[in-house]
Design a protein around this ligand. Structure first.
Ligand SMILES: [Zn+2]
Length: 87
């Protein structure tokens, strides 16, 4: 991925996943956002290598199948609850 400010190619400095998430702020942040929608993810910290820029961002890698119909809750129990709440 490229830096949106200076177009340099970003470098990945931290990678965390479901199985090595404990105690890492970046993993907690991504987990809170995506866990209702998918059971597997990878969180990465990307940094712009340009010393004049130093832009950073967190990215999340997910299975495309989990996004094909948009952000839909995949947990059947939660989906049933949401259906029951209609009207
Ligand atoms: Zn940059």
């Amino acid at each position: 991925m490229r830096c949106p400010l200076c177009d340099s190619r970003t470098k990945v400095t931290v990678t965390r996943s479901v199985t090595n998430a404990k105690g890492y702020a970046i993993a907690r942040e991504v987990s809170e956002e995506v866990t209702p929608f998918t059971s597997d993810w990878v969180a990465r910290l990307r940094v712009c290598p340009s010393p004049d820029c130093a832009w950073t961002a967190t990215t999340a890698e997910l299975y495309l199948d989990d996004l094909k119909r948009g952000w839909v809750r995949k947990d059947p129990h939660i989906r049933k609850l949401l259906r029951g709440r209609k009207k």
